[in-house]
Design a binder for this molecule. Structure first.
Ligand code: GLC
Ligand code: CA
Length: 557
């Protein structure tokens, strides 16, 4: 395998709006990111992915871009951005932008022109279709609920939006539109960004006939996913994109891909794949409800482990996955993957360890390194997120009470990850001197960066050790390129695996159970402990006893 510059790197996702506010308007900004670069460097971060910072009406928090060449005023200026690039470079860090090119904002100039003239040049940058007998062109339900077709006032035309109606989908069959996108991407790469996280990219290939499908819900609609699933050929578009942009710059790309077709792994992330890597969502997908958040199920440990083991084994011959516990679209991993009894420092460290040492590129999400948790809200009004409001409605329509629907949001809402970063125990968690745009989690008094920096046993201090180990001269090779082999799969609550390279074997042993567990080895083991989240380790000859929530990383001699 040809070595690439990003193989051994550790990445961190910043949600700029909630990271750090320097001018007191309650919104995080680029100056805030710059001021925390040293913090991130010390943590062990190399690559920073910024959720969208482009000009946007923020209907979907910046995932609705109205000008790809401008920085949103709420985040700062292009000069701030250039400073960020330069400051990152000084520290050997890389900036990765979010690339949202399946759709743009309805306020984008292209769409505004298209609305004027659906049959004109810009009309063909999007998907305008005539309605059928007073109905939309087909029965697709958008990802955020409701029809995926929006009527153009005063005309027979509808336009397609797979997400919110303010996010019209771009027509990837239009070469002129594509050239404009490619030029924009290259412009950012020329500027010095190291690459992109690529949003919702699996959706770019459409069936231009937009056939209806059997309804799959009481609204008579069918998930638009059915259409995506029914078309072939997304790979050609992705190859063309890569050849015209990323490849020329050796850019690092990480794709958001759900439900890729079977056997396409190699085409997506193989050595000459469309992308450098893509997120492993196999564990997250376990909690997707059939009809929405309201019928989603808590994740069982066994399914969680099987899902991750399966992706690890499937991908190791092919390429690298990007491993995450949470992101801006998910509830916090502590609440999702840890049972009640494990939602403590030991459990949080354990979860971090088993994720970070998997084969692949670890991505931390802001606040994960201090163990941030879901945020209780008192009413639906306290939520900002467009999809949370949609899911709340769906839950009520399905017959849940307001209280029950709110509980559903507590467990699933994207805003759980979007509450402001908890820097200190002073007002607003030190995030802003103004009024934060979204509620601060009331637990900031006990969970915050400042306290944890002072405490060598904190989650944060542990994450530093964990990343340092992964990147250390001695172990970098085995954690980057070493093979992955599951261990103790027959034991119910144990998450264990081995990483092995030519000269080294390292084992990671974690006990997700509430009782201690005894692991028997076939023969006497001679272990050097590299990391332990608890004070003691109980090892004798061919046996290790793990306390509840204990994780041990050890080299086998
Ligand atoms: C991706 C983003 C999400 C956004 C959606 C539409 O899934 O991560 O935040 O709402 O795409 O752009
Ligand atoms: Ca600000």
């Amino acid at each position: 395998m040809t070595k690439k510059w990003w193989h051994d790197k550790v990445a961190y996702q910043i949600y700029p709006k909630s990271f750090y506010d320097t001018n007191g308007d309650g919104i995080g900004d680029l100056k805030g990111v710059i001021s925390k670069l040293d913090y991130l460097k010390e943590l062990g971060i190399d690559i920073i992915w910024l959720s969208p910072i482009y000009q946007s009406p923020f209907v979907d928090q910046g995932y609705d871009i109205s000008d790809y060449y401008k920085i949103s005023k709420s985040f700062g200026t292009m000069e701030d951005f250039d400073t960020l690039l330069a400051e990152a470079k000084k520290r050997n860090m890389y900036i990765v932008m979010d690339l949202v090119i399946n759709h743009c904002s309805d306020k984008h100039e292209w769409f505004q022109k298209a609305l004027q003239e659906p049959e004109g040049k810009y009309g063909d940058y999007f998907y305008f279709r005539k309605g059928k007998n007073g109905n939309p062109p087909s029965n697709y339900r958008s990802y955020f609920g409701g029809s995926a077709w929006e009527k153009v006032p005063g005309s027979d035309y509808y336009y397609l939006h797979m997400f919110a109606k303010e996010q019209p989908d771009l027509n990837w069959n239009n070469p002129q539109m594509l050239n404009e996108l490619y030029a924009m991407i290259n412009w950012w790469l020329e500027k010095g960004v190291a690459g992109f996280r690529i949003d919702a990219i699996i959706n770019i290939k459409k069936d231009p006939d937009f056939k209806s499908f059997e309804p799959d819900g009481p609204d008579g609609l069918t998930s638009i996913w059915r259409m995506v699933e029914s078309v072939e050929g997304v790979g050609e578009l992705l190859e063309d994109l890569k050849k015209n942009t990323f490849e020329k710059y050796q850019a690092f790309t990480v794709a958001e891909v759900f439900n890729m077709k079977k056997d396409e792994l190699i085409e997506f992330v193989g050595e000459n794949g469309h992308f450098s890597t893509m997120f492993d969502f196999s564990a997250h997908s376990l909690s997707f409800g059939e009809h929405g958040w309201y019928d989603s199920q808590p994740i069982q440990f066994k399914d969680f482990r099987n899902a991750l083991f399966h992706s690890q084994l499937e991908c190791q011959e092919v390429g690298f996955l990007a491993n995450i516990i949470e992101n801006h679209d998910e509830p916090r991993g502590v609440n999702r993957y840890l049972p009640d009894y494990a939602r403590n420092d030991a459990g949080i460290k354990m979860l971090g360890t088993i994720s970070v040492l998997l084969r692949g590129i670890p991505f931390l999400y802001q606040g994960q390194e201090i163990g941030m948790q879901n945020c209780p809200m008192n009413s639906i009004e306290e939520y900002d997120d467009i999809s949370t409001r949609g899911e709340y409605k769906i839950a009520l329509e399905a017959g849940l009470s307001e209280e029950e629907a709110l509980k559903v949001c507590y467990l699933n809402s994207r805003d759980n990850a979007r509450t402001p970063m908890q820097w200190t125990d002073s007002e607003n968690a030190g995030f802003t001197t103004g009024i934060p745009w979204l509620k601060v989690n009331p637990n900031y008094k006990s969970i915050n960066v400042e306290n944890q920096l002072k405490d060598e046993n904190s989650v944060l201090s542990y994450y530093k050790k964990l990343l340092a180990l992964r990147k250390s001269e001695n172990y970098k090779e085995v954690f980057t390129y070493g093979t992955f082999t599951p261990l103790f799969e027959n034991m119910e609550n144990i998450f264990a695996y081995e990483r092995n390279s030519n000269d080294k074997s390292v084992i990671i042993l974690a006990n997700f159970g509430s009782k201690e567990a005894i692991l028997h080895f076939e023969k006497t083991v001679n272990l050097s402990i590299l990391l332990n989240n608890l004070e003691k380790a109980f090892i004798k000859e061919d046996e290790i006893t793990l306390l509840p929530c204990q994780v041990i990383v050890a080299q086998c001699n």
